[in-house]
Write a protein that binds this ligand. Structure first.
Ligand code: UDP
Length: 398
């Protein structure tokens, strides 16, 4: 048995880890013994428990119950508590996803204890040092020995940073595995009726990046921007608890509340959210994952940031990096309303098979499982396909 510990901590982690854990349970339970650890970074029912149910993910075997706090406290607390789990489980490998504090803290703890780490969604770079997730991404990659990339730019970033190409695998986008496998069910969601929304007649908004919500000025700009957008189209804004907290702190909640064409609600469950993205005229967001999901769904997306770590959503998908200037955003909104929204295609390997590729590589590359190494060349060759085709495509480009 290959013993792996899979780590989740925050909303986007659940969406990325679920396909992997489910695939192992359904098809590889004779090969892998999996321990699912929830750090407790997100503990709100709407940001956590509902995802386990809707994504049909087993309940965590261990919950570290770390809760909220400053990044330093959270990371330190997770590392200490995770060390106990690693001493107890003695896994062959730790698998982490994404770029949240839980990702970095558990990867670092594992590396310090000599346990190999696999990072799913490696190599993404916004090149913005002010973005907390950027530090998490860079450092997590540094301590990981298997690097699973979602898009070509991520492979290139890792090669540019000097990582050995034997450790990099372009496996596709596991978040899109979840999207594809739940799209049918999401089609049955009744959220549009519940919110009295008509397809194509609303804009969906999410905001939670510190650059937009952590300062009075940033949050004020967002409210000003929404007050322009709502003059043109109805807006649905499921508010992240963090954003709600900031809004109240800055005294901006009532200003937003008076906008008649803006509907505020709690964060919605995953199936409802897929339905909302699919049927929206456009999505305005600063989320990472939502840029990718809208590209996969073909819904125009305006990213309210100055940079993105997911450039495939721009070069290939429906995403526009628009920044936060209200006039610029409004011009882009009008373009979409007048039928000039960005069209795109689904990037390479965003095909619902990423979890399968990852598991085959994990099996082939796991330390201390000599019985499996016989099969490794074939599996790695097969799994390496993404990497090779990526290299080829990059050579074509250069
Ligand atoms: N999401 C959701 N309900 C919401 C908002 C987002 O289910 O009200 C999902 C979304 O579909 C995506 C994930 O949460 O799968 C993205 O999480 P978030 O934007 O918090 O994180 P980021 O991707 O920015 O790290």
């Amino acid at each position: 048995m290959i013993r792996i510990v899979c780590v989740v901590g925050a909303r986007p982690n659940f969406v990325k880890m679920a396909p992997l854990v489910r695939h192992i349970k359904e098809e590889w339970s004779d090969t892998f013994e999996t321990t699912l650890v929830h750090t407790g970074q997100h503990y709100d029912e709407k940001l956590s428990q509902i995802f386990f149910e809707e994504l049909r993910m087993p309940q965590p075997d261990v919950n570290l119950g770390v809760g909220s706090g400053t990044a330093v406290r959270q990371i330190a607390e997770i590392m200490q508590r995770f060390e106990e789990v690693l001493l107890w489980k003695k896994p062959d490998r730790v698998v982490v996803v994404g770029d949240v504090n839980s990702t970095l803290a558990t990867a670092l703890a594992a590396e310090k204890m000599g346990i190999p780490v696999a990072h799913v969604e490696a190599g993404l770079r916004s090149f913005d040092p002010a973005m907390p997730e950027e530090t998490n991404r860079v450092l997590t990659d540094r301590v990981s020995d298997l690097l699973f990339a979602t898009e070509e730019s991520a492979v290139q970033n890792l090669l540019n940073e000097g990582f050995d190409k034997e450790r990099i695998f372009w496996v596709g986008n596991i978040m899109i595995d979840s999207l594809i496998s739940h799209s049918h069910e999401a089609g049955r969601s009744t959220i549009l009726n519940r919110m009295s929304l008509a397809p194509q007649e609303y804009a969906l908004v999410t905001l939670h990046r510190p650059s937009n919500v952590d300062t009075q000025e940033g949050m004020g700009r967002m409210v000003a921007l929404l007050s322009e957008v709502e003059k043109r189209i109805r807006v649905l804004f499921p508010i992240h608890p963090r954003t709600r907290g900031r809004m109240e702190e800055f005294g901006l909640a009532s200003a937003l509340g008076t906008l008649r064409n803006v509907t505020l609600c709690e964060p919605v469950g995953y199936l409802d959210f897929i339905r909302l993205m699919r049927d929206a005229k456009m999505v305005l967001t600063d989320s990472g994952g939502i840029q990718e999901e809208t590209t996969a769904l073909g819904t125009p997306c305006l990213t309210l940031r100055e940079n993105t770590e997911r450039p495939a959503t721009i070069t290939e998908g429906t995403n526009l990096l628009i920044g936060t200037d209200p006039q610029r955003v409004l011009a882009a909104v009008v373009d979409i309303l007048e039928g000039r929204g960005k069209k795109g295609r689904v990037p390479t390997l965003w095909d619902g098979q990423a979890a399968q590729r990852i598991v085959r590589i994990l099996q082939a590359r796991s330390a201390g499982c000599a019985s499996h190494l016989k099969e490794a060349p074939l599996l790695v060759r097969d799994a390496d396909f993404g990497m090779r085709s990526g290299k080829q495509r990059m050579d074509d480009v250069s």
